[in-house]
Design a binder for this molecule. Structure first.
Ligand code: NAP
Length: 285
């Protein structure tokens, strides 16, 4: 069946990446809407747009991801993660669309020794995590035909951890990077491909997708790999506790919230690759 896909938050780094993949699909019509074309906090506009466009699929990439600003309650746009998602879920239910939206490892407390499965108990430690979990609840409570993809530390959009490390090292600046905060860094192109694989299978429920980092790597290790692959001076990197990087206090961060990708891997084993391979493919492209 041909799909008519409405992409919200199309100006996001993930939205732009998914759009680039959707454009080359034969059996898909794509309607990409940036925030200035559809503010998902505007319930009336969301309903009217879904009623008019009648998409079979909505992929929502709109979100507020500034974890520190969210904690300081400076983020008046944080409700996009909850109320915005709720507005889309209501319209998806009324007009019988399949809704795909994104969540985060921040729904977990990061105290488990092993990677978290999709059905593990959530326990968000901060406002951002609470908002993402709120969005998940709204979707799960309203819809049967939904897909939630949780992911971790995205890069490849040009304004991210990778480009920040490169910029600082190119300028010869020392950079403090945490060695007690663990991540599974994920290339946007891989997440976009994984998303379309799930959407085209009409997968339902929650799925985790990250590049494979085993039980996680710390940010210092990630930064070292960026430096080495970019031929930059890794000796400028300083391993410090996350509290000393400036993005810890007054936040509670989940120290090791790594997402298990086994549910996804069972369906699409070829689409899960090691984090270092993904980073090299991106930096050496
Ligand atoms: N970035 C990560 O490391 C990461 C990790 C895990 C999960 N995720 C999730 O993946 C998704 C995409 O993240 P991203 O990093 O690609 O996002 P991003 O680049 O930070 O972009 C967020 C987008 O959302 C738009 N937006 C904000 N409020 C909106 C509203 N009310 N209506 C419509 N659009 C709105 C913004 O528009 P303006 O630019 O006009 O404000 C922006 O284009 C999010 O759900 C995020 O939580 C991200």
């Amino acid at each position: 069946m041909a799909r008519k896909i409405m992409l919200t938050g199309a100006g996001s780094q993930l939205g732009r990446t998914i759009y680039a993949l959707l454009k080359i699909q034969d059996d898909t019509e794509v309607l990409a809407l940036r925030r200035d074309e559809l503010d998902i906090l505007d319930e009336t506009a969301v309903r009217a747009t879904v009623a008019r466009l009648k998409p079979s699929v909505i992929i929502n990439c709109a979100g507020f991801n500034d974890v520190v600003a969210a904690e300081n309650r400076l983020a008046t746009r944080l409700p996009v993660n909850t109320r915005g998602v709720f507005n889309l879920a209501k319209a998806a239910k009324e007009f019988r669309a399949y809704l795909c939206t994104f969540s985060s490892k921040f729904v977990f407390d990061g105290k488990k020794a092993q990677p978290y499965g999709e059905d593990d108990d959530y326990w968000p430690l901060n406002q951002y995590g609470l908002s993402k979990h709120g969005g998940e609840e709204m979707v799960g409570n309203l819809l049967e035909n939904f897909l939630i993809i949780r992911s971790d530390l995205l890069y490849g959009g040009g304004n991210d951890f990778v480009s920040r490390i490169q910029r600082e090292l190119e300028a010869g600046n020392p950079v403090k990077v945490s060695d007690d905060f663990f991540v599974a860094p994920t290339y946007l192109g891989d997440l976009a491909a994984a998303t379309l694989a799930l959407v085209y299978e009409w997968a339902v429920g929650i799925y985790h997708y990250t590049n494979d980092a085993g039980n996680g790597i710390n940010c210092y290790e990630f930064a070292r790999a960026i430096a080495e692959l970019s031929d930059l001076d890794a000796s400028l990197l300083r391993a410090v506790p996350v509290l000393e990087t400036g993005c810890g206090a007054p936040l509670s961060l989940p120290p090791r919230a790594i997402l298990s990708v086994e549910r996804f891997r069972e369906m699409f084993p070829a689409l899960v690759r090691p984090w270092r391979e993904a980073l090299a493919a991106y930096l050496l492209r």
